[in-house]
Structure formats: C-alpha cells, structure tokens
Ligand binder design. Structure first.
Ligand code: SF4
Ligand code: FES
Length: 258
C-alpha cells in the first residue's frame, strides 16, 4: 500500500517546526508503524536528508518509550495498544496521516516527534518508591495481601509512563499517570509507611510542573495503552484528602515514616 504522511519536523527545541509531506510507498500490511517509518527514514538517508526522529526502544509495548499522535489520537487509536504495536494492516491504501509529537506544555519538543518527558521522572523522584531498606528478599507469603488488592495494584503498576494520557488530555493533565504510580504502592502493605507523605510530595511536584488540572474529560483512559482506569484518579483524590486531615502527618518533604 501507499500512504501520504504529513510529519512534524522540528530541528531543535527552540527552532520553529512545520509539517512536511512524505510518500510512503510499497508498505506491507505486516509492518509495524515504526517499521514503516524506518523504511521512510532509509529513503531519506539515501537521499542525503535528515531522518525523522522518533522515540522507541523495546517495540514490544512494555517500555513506554514510543509515542506520538496520528491523526489527532495518541498512539494511533488502536484500543489498549502502544504505537510500536500498531500495524499497517489497520490502515488503507491511499490513507493520509498526520504525525505530530505529544502536544503538552510539560513535554517540550526536543526534535521532530521526540519530546522531553523528564517531568514524569521528577514526579517519581518526589516519592514514587518505597525507601525502606528491605534487606534480603522476604518470603513471598510473609506479608499476606488480599487478592483483590494485589490485582488492582497490578493494574496500576502496568502504567509504562508513556505520556499518552497527558498528550490526549485537553488540559494537558498528568493525573492518570500520577494516580497509577501512587496507587500501585498505596494498595499494598509495603506502601503504607510512606503513604501520606508520598501522595503529598508527588502531587506537590505534579503541581510544580507545567501540567494542567484534571477536569474528568476521560480522554486519558481512552488512549492509555494499558487501560489504566480513571478510578485511580478518584483514589488519588481520596488519599490527598485523607493525608491533609491526618493529625499525625509528617510535614511535607519530611523524613521518616508518615
Ligand atoms: S497512565 Fe497510561 S497513558 Fe498515562 S503514562 Fe501510564 S500507560 Fe501511558
Ligand atoms: S517502544 Fe517500548 S512500548 Fe513502544
């Protein structure tokens, strides 16, 4: 099949960008979308032109590195799928596709389809971990965890940090990502000692970054490749309230167990 691609080209963070049109010819239905772009790039390099920059790593839907917008939809619109798992059989011969980077103030464009998602790293650094020295691995049955809690925690833990939720949100909000990272620990016994300090510190960092506010559009859930539910945002908000009203709460950023 043959496709027409309108691709956002931007040589650097401060440089102006524009859409440039390319023809992708002889595309096999079995190719992944990124393999199709690899072929387009090989042709560009052969002609002495700059290849299109895009992020990718595992190409198996597990690392969260890939991601851009195709015709206005983050990751291309295939339900519960990352961009690297999107295949050309979902497109028709003659399709015209517009490829743009994540559009969010908190994710500045670095080059072409590549954005800076380090704001997510800073949210994790603010508390998205268990800081207790656990020593050697404990026996798997030493701390009983109710099965439903374990399953919901695993659902939250499936967030791969891709940023599609932010890109699709009309507000550019990062509540779905942050709530998944908070909930995966808040639901387990190991996450309890720092639970209240964690939610306060991570939300404080979220608010320092250039993300917008959540107003429950639900676009994040619709494009999330891991099907993360906006129920986790409700859990985040509930934990924020409970943290704020705890009489024995640690001061924000304070040490020790909360
Ligand atoms: S919540 Fe979903 S869309 Fe957002 S970063 Fe995690 S995996 Fe990606
Ligand atoms: S490249 Fe790893 S999830 Fe797409």
């Amino acid at each position: 099949m043959n496709l027409k691609l309108h691709v956002w080209r931007q040589p650097g963070p401060q440089a102006p960008g524009r859409l440039v049109t390319y023809e992708a010819t002889g595309v096999s239905a079995e190719m992944s979308f990124l393999e199709m772009l690899d072929v387009v790039n090989e042709n560009l390099v052969t002609k002495g032109e700059e290849p299109i920059a895009f992020d990718h790593d595992c190409r198996e839907g597990i690392c969260g590195t890939c991601g851009f917008v195709i015709n206005g939809v983050a990751h291309g619109g295939q339900k519960n799928s990352t961009l690297c798992q999107l295949h050309m059989r979902h497109f028709q011969d003659g399709d015209e596709l517009t490829l743009e980077p994540w559009r969010a103030k908190a994710f500045p464009v670095l080059r072409d389809l590549v954005v800076d998602r380090s704001a997510f790293d800073r949210i994790i650094q603010a508390g998205g971990f268990v800081s207790i020295n656990t020593g050697t691995a404990p026996d798997g049955n030493a701390i009983p965890v109710p099965k439903t809690d374990a399953e919901i925690a695993m659902d939250a833990a499936s967030c791969i940090g891709c940023g599609a939720c932010v890109a699709q949100c009309p507000n550019g909000a990062a509540q779905l990502f942050t709530s998944a990272k908070i909930s995966q620990l808040a639901l387990l016994p190991q996450g309890q000692p720092e639970r209240w300090m964690r939610v306060e510190n991570m939300v404080a960092q979220l608010e320092k970054e250039a993300f917008g506010s959540c107003t429950n559009y639900g676009e994040c859930e619709a494009v999330c490749p891991k099907g993360i539910s906006i129920d986790f945002i409700a859990m985040l908000n509930a934990d924020r309230l409970r943290a704020a009203f705890r009489v024995d709460r640690e001061p924000r950023g304070g040490g020790g167990a909360g």
